[in-house]
Design a protein around this ligand. Structure first.
Ligand code: FAD
Length: 487
């Protein structure tokens, strides 16, 4: 989360916008950036009013930190450095406002008639089919980190929203840009991150298996000089070149003072306090810059279908700065919710919803059959294919290999025996669509920019590629279009 203008009187939303556009290598939608950077101060105040507790000093003032890519100290975190710091008070506020929650339910399809949304179908955890008639829908299903083998995203973050919107006729954009967090704990990059705030501390060093300081070796004097995508590539390079079985890259905290560690105790692995001072780290899939194309109100090209948050494209361009995800989620979430509510008030329900929903139920029933591979197995193959061929470092040949595997997966029969198999199978279908779009977009963009690094085109090419790639569904599958960055 961010609080602009708090850490320095020279800071304001214009400087924040400039930092964001630079970080996104100028592929962001400038209007969207202005909207969320303008709104963030008010939104942060609103969250505090609703009971969100941010970290404060002894005088009760919010503590802000400067993190890479931001010109000033703006980064603000919850009291316990935890998503719950934000989610629980907001949920409580929503309950008080009369919002009804349906938990543990998987949205399986969007019902669209004549390019107008009229409802959704879903499957509950105990296998019940649910049909919900509605005049507008706001997709807020997050990113698609689970499409890759190594990720710190939660298990349900499988790109369902992007795939459902695409199937409903909405365009996707910037899908080649996936952010890999450079320093996740563990040899394969677990869900636990060793944050930039630790790396910038005095005495903290990233070392390869030969003990060399990786940053110095590559000409960086301080970790504040390097952004997430550059660092992820340096670490992956060391991992790929490593022949030492002791573990390729470690974050060495032996020189970190007890005092500093105590002041960051929420971020430092608890083993540090028991004497372990060196931690293996590796990149992990963290955030998706690409997603559904929306207009100024957050509406997609499918009438009544809105989207907000990580499921959308536009705010972050080719790469996202730390803290900007939540800044955008909270600013745009309110705006899009209000627009969707206003539109719903102006519309009538479309006739025939029940009939289409029942057709969908019958279709899901036809998917139950015992011949073929396990959905779990197909998902594992897909995730490995994406990690090893379309991950931190890619080239035309690896991306084509991945695209071919994904095309072949389309025809593999799948055994669906239980409702949990059905949900996994539907997730797999969504992941396959999203993965194919990532690969096709990444093949098309024959340059390197932001989080997208092509080994065979390592330079940024502004002459040809100051453009977004937009993907549309067609009868033949999909078409890719290069579009000028929105004004
Ligand atoms: C470990 C970690 C640390 C992070 N730290 C920061 C940070 O410090 N600052 C920052 O700005 N950003 C941070 N981010 C990024 C930020 O948390 C996300 O971008 C943000 O939470 C996205 O919010 P969202 O509302 O769009 O989606 P999410 O918060 O991802 O929520 C999406 C929800 O939709 C549900 N869903 C998905 N598909 C379906 C379906 N088919 N049916 C029903 N439900 C579905 C999911 O289960 C999930 O509950 C972090 C991310 C991670 C993973």
């Amino acid at each position: 989360m961010l609080l602009t203008g708090w850490g320095d009187a020279n800071d304001n939303s214009n400087v924040h916008s400039k930092d964001t556009l630079e970080g996104g290598r100028f592929l962001n939608h400038p209007g969207m950036v202005t909207r969320f950077t303008d709104a963030i101060r008010t939104e942060t105040a609103q969250l505090r009013e609703w009971g969100v507790e941010f970290d404060t000093d002894e005088n009760g003032k919010p503590v802000v930190a400067k993190i890479p890519g931001h010109s000033y100290a703006r980064h603000l975190h919850g009291r316990n450095w935890n998503g719950r710091d934000l989610v629980l008070p907001i949920k409580q506020k929503a309950i008080e406002a009369g919002v009804r929650f349906m938990e543990k339910i998987f949205v399986a399809s969007l019902i669209v008639t004549d390019n107008q949304i009229c409802g959704v179908t879903a499957i509950s955890k105990d296998g019940k089919f649910v049909a919900i008639e509605t005049k507008t829908v706001v997709l807020a299903t997050g990113g698609f980190g689970q499409v890759f083998l190594n990720t710190n995203n939660a298990p349900g973050i499988t790109g369902d929203g992007q795939a459902l919107a695409f199937q409903a006729g909405a365009a996707l954009q910037d899908m080649e840009f996936v952010q890999f967090y450079p320093t996740a704990l563990g040899r394969r990059g677990s869900r636990i991150l060793l944050y930039e705030q630790i790396l910038v501390q005095e005495g903290v060093v990233l070392r390869n298996s030969g003990g060399e300081d990786i940053l110095l070796k590559n000409g960086f004097h301080t970790s504040a000089d390097i952004n997430r995508d550059q660092l992820a590539r340096l670490i992956i390079k060391e991992i790929l070149e490593d022949t030492n079985s002791n573990g390729p890259v470690v974050m060495d905290l032996t020189q970190l003072s007890e005092e500093k560690a105590n002041s960051f105790s929420m971020l430092i692995p608890s083993q540090w306090f028991k004497g372990t001072k060196r931690f293996q780290v590796a990149p992990t899939t963290h955030f998706c810059m690409g997603g559904v194309v929306v207009d100024d109100n957050g509406e997609t090209s499918c009438s009544g279908l809105f989207a907000a948050g990580e499921v959308t494209a536009g705010a972050h361009g080719a790469n996202r700065l730390g803290g900007n995800a939540l800044a955008e989620v909270f600013s745009m979430g309110g705006l899009v919710g209000r627009a969707a509510a206003d539109k719903a008030l102006s519309l009538d329900c479309i006739a025939g919803f029940d009939k289409v929903a029942q057709k969908e139920r019958i279709f899901f029933e036809t998917l139950f059959q015992g011949q073929g591979g396990q959905p779990k197995r197909l998902i594992k193959d897909l995730k490995e294919t994406m990690w090893f061929n379309a991950g931190v470092v890619r080239d035309k040949s690896s991306l084509e290999t991945a695209a071919k595997t994904l095309t072949d997966q389309k025809d593999i029969p799948v055994s669906v025996l239980t409702s949990s198999d059905l949900i996994q199978y539907l997730e797999f279908r969504n992941m396959r669509i999203v993965a194919e779009i990532i690969c096709r977009s990444a093949i098309e963009r024959n340059e390197s920019r932001g989080a997208h690094f092509r080994k065979d085109f390592p330079e940024e090419n502004n002459e040809e590629w100051q453009k977004n790639i937009r993907v549309h569904k067609t009868d033949a599958g999909m078409t890719l279009e290069r579009v000028s960055v929105a004004g």
